[in-house]
Ligand binder design. Structure first.
Ligand code: GSH
Length: 206
C-alpha cells in the first residue's frame, strides 16, 4: 500500500486525486504544515525539501521501496506505474508533460504567491498583489484559450488536468470570476469536478 504524506492544499490534492482515479490503495499521513510537521526529522528523511506532498511506494520499479517528492514527479510515477492518464504515444506523452510543467513552473508558484499576498501577508504589499494577480490572470488566459480548442488540457483527461484543477478551485482567493472572465476554464472545471474520484481526492486529508 502506498503511503501518502499530504495536507489540504492544491499540491497535496493533485496526488490524492490521481490515487483515487487509479484505484490504488493508499494510506494518508497528514502533515500539518501550519504546525511545522514538514520539518520533523521523520518527514525530512522522506522529503529533504520539507514540503508536501510525498509518497512512499513499498513496491517501487525495482521491487524495493521508493520515496518520492515533488507532486509533478509523483504524478508521472503513478501514471507510469499504472499505465493510466498518460498517453502511450510519444507526442501525446509530451503534450501531457508540457501542460504538467506549465502547472509546476507557472500556475503553482504564481497562484501560490497570489494567495500569499492577497490573503496571508502580514502587511499589504500592493506591488506584489498587483504583480502576482496580473500573472495569475495571464495564466488563466493561456488556459482559457487552450480549453476553447480542446476538451481537456492535453486533449484527453490526464495527470495535467489533475495538477491544474485544485489550483482553480481557489479562484475566489485570486479575485478571479471564472464564469465571467474565463468561460472555457469554467466549462472544464465543471467537467473535472463531476468526476467522483476528483471529489474523493479533494477531500483528502479528511
Ligand atoms: N513544487 C512542490 C511544491 C510543494 C509545496 O510548495 N507544498 C506546500 C504546500 S502546497 C508546502 O508544503 N508548504 C510548506 C512550507 O513551505 O513550509 C510540489 O509540487 O510538490
Amino acid at each position: 500500500m502506498i503511503d501518502l504524506y499530504t495536507w489540504s492544499t492544491p499540491n497535496g490534492r493533485k496526488v490524492s486525486i490521481m490515487l483515487e482515479e487509479c484505484g490504488l490503495p493508499y494510506r494518508v499521513h497528514p502533515i500539518d504544515i501550519s504546525k511545522g510537521d514538514q520539518f520533523g526529522p521523520d518527514y525530512v528523511a522522506i522529503n529533504p525539501n520539507s514540503k508536501i506532498p510525498a509518497i512512499v511506494d513499498p513496491q517501487g520499479p525495482d521491487g524495493r521501496p521508493l520515496a518520492l517528492f515533488e507532486s509533478g514527479a509523483i504524478l508521472v510515477y503513478l501514471a507510469d506505474k499504472t499505465g493510466l492518464f498518460m498517453p502511450a504515444d510519444a507526442v501525446g506523452r509530451y503534450q501531457v508533460l508540457q501542460w504538467l510543467m506549465f502547472q509546476m513552473g507557472g500556475i503553482g508558484p504564481m497562484f501560490g504567491q497570489t494567495h500569499h499576498f492577497r490573503r496571508f501577508a502580514p502587511e499589504p504589499v500592493p506591488y506584489a498583489v498587483d504583480r502576482y494577480s496580473k500573472e495569475t490572470r495571464r495564466l488563466y488566459g493561456v488556459l482559457d484559450k487552450r480549453l476553447a480548442e480542446v476538451e481537456y488540457v492535453a486533449g484527453a483527461y490526464s495527470i495535467a488536468d489533475m495538477a491544474i484543477y485544485p489550483w482553480c478551485q481557489r479562484s475566489d482567493w485570486q479575485g478571479v470570476d471564472l464564469a465571467a472572465d474565463f468561460p472555457s476554464v469554467k466549462r472544464w472545471q465543471d467537467a473535472v469536478a463531476a468526476r467522483p474520484a476528483v471529489a474523493r481526492g479533494m477531500a483528502v486529508p479528511a
